[in-house]
Design a protein around this ligand. Structure first.
Ligand code: MRU
Length: 354
């Protein structure tokens, strides 16, 4: 994606170093963060320098490849198993992270170079999948559509293109008039900070709304379509996504508005029968109690936004039951969010590979 006149991916690997757009610095400054070791890449995933299901999948793949490149001759196996455990412990809910680590770990059994090649392949696949999601999702977007999205499932959340925003970008390129309502997405503000910044880069008209404004907008008939991303999709279609997604889904259902999940098939967890089995990551309470920003002089500031001495509960994701989901936009097409459609899609992918 273009930032100014330069084409970027969200995360990539050069030699032994993993490089990424620093998403904690955005939208106030654009910086590239470098991770020379697998441990540095783990830290970048944990502190959300890189975030979003596909981007952390690619970052984790690169981290696993770095671990193979760093592994000593003696106790190599133990080093690699520990590294894998550390990488998998960085973020718990997003399926892509585990899927990617598994693939690179297997590939690395042949050689460290093979691990690196596999990680690059995962990043490339992420790019191709999300571009295809844009093509399929675009078919749902009518001229003059007003779309609501939650969190950031744009190109910053993947290696490129994004999921929920990829159809928006395709629609824009096709010359459709569109407007995006962006949920601010407390507590970390991925909508207000990242989605808003991305849409601005792409010249897509948008406005940020407070998280609790969606019901009123829907009631007034101001939203035609909801598209959000996914962090993990269970075999029955239940979907984990950024906290607050469930509320949007129930509202959309109440007001008769189509509610779509956009995600590559790598986000589907075939071993997970229903949303009840999805582990929800709980994050530090300071994300709720404080907000980061800049002051009038452009200096970084952190301010308390609660009664001093308060505590906070901070679950990062919720699970939307399949019954509220109109469809899932994947790289293979749009499918129903139920067991049968998901199983036959996964089966056709397996058959293709065989
Ligand atoms: O905690 P984050 O920012 O890594 O959350 C992931 C997300 O960006 C969202 O849940 C998103 O909608 C799905 S990931 C493309």
């Amino acid at each position: 994606m273009l930032v100014g006149d330069h084409s970027y991916q969200t995360v990539w690997m050069e030699d032994h170093t993993v490089k990424m757009i620093d998403q904690n610095a955005l939208p106030f400054s654009f910086q590239i963060h470098e991770c020379p070791s697998y441990w540095d890449t783990c830290m970048a995933i944990t502190d959300m320098t890189v975030r979003g299901a596909g981007a952390i999948g690619a970052a984790a793949a690169f981290a696993m490849a770095q671990a193979f490149l760093e592994a000593p001759e003696t106790d190599r196996e133990v080093f690699l198993e520990d590294a894998r455990e550390e990488i998998e412990g960085t973020r718990l809910t997003a399926r892509n992270l585990f899927y990617a680590v598994e693939r690179v770990y297997e590939a690395g059994q042949l050689s460290a170079e093979n691990a690196k090649t596999e990680a690059q392949r995962i990043a490339l696949q992420d790019t191709e999948d999300t571009r295809a999601i844009g093509r399929y999702g675009n078919k749902l977007i009518k001229n003059n559509a007003r779309i609501l999205t939650h969190c950031n499932a744009g190109w910053l959340a993947f290696v490129d293109y994004g999921t929920a925003l990829s159809p928006v970008y395709t629609a824009k390129k096709e010359g459709k008039e569109i407007f995006v309502y962006v949920d601010e997405t407390r507590p970390r503000g991925q909508g207000a900070r990242l989605t808003a910044w991305e849409l601005m880069q792409e010249g897509v008209p948008f406005t940020i709304i407070p998280d609790n404004a969606a019901a009123s907008l829907m009631q007034q008939g101001k939203i035609d379509l909801v598209i959000v991303g996914a962090d993990r999709i269970a075999k029955n279609g239940d979907t984990a996504n950024k906290i607050g997604t469930l509320g949007r889904a129930i509202l959309a259902n109440t007001f008769g508005i189509p509610f779509y999940i956009a995600a590559p098939t790598s986000t589907i967890d075939a071993a997970c029968k229903s949303g009840k089995e999805i582990i929800i990551e709980e994050r530090n309470q300071d994300e709720v109690l404080y907000q980061d920003g800049i002051d009038a002089n452009g200096n970084k500031v952190k301010v308390m936004v609660c009664a001093p001495g308060s505590t906070a509960y901070n679950p990062a994701f919720d699970v939307t039951p399949a019954k509220y989901i109109t469809g899932i936009i994947t790289e293979k097409g749009i499918i129903k969010a139920h067991h049968q459609s998901i199983s036959s899609l996964l089966k056709s992918i397996e058959d293709e590979r065989a």
